[in-house]
Design a binder for this molecule. Sequence first.
Ligand SMILES: Cc1cc2nc3c(=O)[nH]c(=O)nc-3n(C[C@H](O)[C@H](O)[C@H](O)COP(=O)(O)OP(=O)(O)OC[C@H]3O[C@@H](n4cnc5c(N)ncnc54)[C@H](O)[C@@H]3O)c2cc1C
Length: 478
Amino acid sequence: MDTDVLIVGAGPTGMTLANELLMAGVSTVLVDKLSQRSDLSKAGGVQSRTLEALDQRGLLEPLLATGDHPVTTGHFAGIPLPLHSNRHRLPWRSVPQVVIEGFFEQHLAAHGLHARRDHELVGLAQDDNGVTATFANGVTLRSRYLVAADGAHSAVRSLLRAGFPGQPGTLTITAADVRLSGVDPSTSHTWNEDGHWAALFPLGTDPQGRQLRRLVLGGPGRSLPREIPVTEDEIRHGLSTVFGTRVHLLELRYARRITNASRQVEQYRHGRVFLAGDAAHVHLPLGAQGMNTGMQDALNLGWKLGAAVHGWAPKSLLDTYHAERHPVGAAVLRNVRAQSLLMDWAGTRDPDVLAAREIFTAMAQLPDVQHHLADLMSGMAIRYPMPGTETHPLVGRPAPDLGLGPARVHELLRSGHGILLDPADTFARVAGPWSDRVDRVGQGADTEPMLIRPDGYVCWAGADDLEPALARWFGEPR
Ligand SMILES: Cc1cc2nc3c(=O)[nH]c(=O)nc-3n(C[C@H](O)[C@H](O)[C@H](O)COP(=O)(O)OP(=O)(O)OC[C@H]3O[C@@H](n4cnc5c(N)ncnc54)[C@H](O)[C@@H]3O)c2cc1C
């Protein structure tokens, strides 16, 4: 073997996974076909759950220290959502994807892990013991496991002939990074009577301190084939259609067309090969879901691959990756489809859609509806299917805001181990044989007993049957 795990694709999914494997002490090779990191801006919004995941690894503070990354509000279908409220310990932040990728690249390099660039994967074969990957530059690498984090047009997915059902793209909208004048800072989504719309999101400032924005334009006649380059004239015309003479384009930095293709791979696991991030699910970038979902795929998979490499993974552990993350991806695709309909993304002005939107907009003012949507959009509504979910409300969910306080729980998770909260020191004997994989926190944990996996999800709580739960998630005792 050249390495335990080969990660194909050094985007946010691949780099998050590389970090998880680094923590787990697993030898990892990260490759990318590009000769240098792309500086094109894509994602900008980071969900509460992703922020928690970064905090769990001690990376949140240093990431936020890289610049001005303000707490941000969010939206569902263009309807503002108070995601900056205190509902979640870590409210949404605006951090551009390029900043996240640059940060991870430096962090990984500081720990000796440098992405091997100019490595375009073109061939793949697996057997009982490992995977052989071949690259356009003639290199061959053999690994025990391979993870496809190679994005929406995944070569690994094609080589596996993996089923990728869903809807093909039928329309495009235009996304551009721009400098504008005349924008009211509170402007986010603006619709016209004729179906044209524009969305604006702050992207921070450039080195000269000038405000950059993501502009998204859609509506009748705006859908052009992806191959046709976006022109400055088109952006100016789009702006004047929606804002009249109020808003002016000062600079167009980068623009692209985005389709509404919506697909998810049927199986996240193919033997020793796993798919994660955009390689596993594609959809419209509405409401800041794609990068976050990919990074959270990586968080789910990392410790499980670590367990498999170190030889203590229970037999079914690697299969839980598909069982847990496929439903999450499917739910993201559903929420994006609902948003695209309610937004009247295509600018149809269909009266049925407008009526549904009006009612939904009114409902979205209700606190309970806002809470539901905020949890959904922040990754905080995720509940993995696992034994115990039917008997305890915390099982399957992210470690809660209870007892020790989540900040402390997240600090504890920086070890990369599981955590057993054992306030009455009842389980020292039972948990002892797993002490190399599970850190027991005794007195001071003012909460009920709880077992938390290395990815921060509660996998057991209560008083009974701790031993089988330890064996289910952490394998045979030492
Ligand atoms: C305009 C726009 C706005 C967005 N806004 C948001 C947002 O606010 N929040 C959010 O969460 N998401 C957002 N997204 C989505 C987000 O950008 C993607 O979901 C995210 O980039 C997926 O990360 P990834 O690592 O899975 O794939 P990618 O970022 O696509 O990375 C894949 C990597 O694999 C490499 N690669 C590809 N093929 C090969 C090969 N054969 N061999 C080797 N390497 C290969 C590529 O060079 C690339 O570096 C947005 C997307 C767009 C386009």
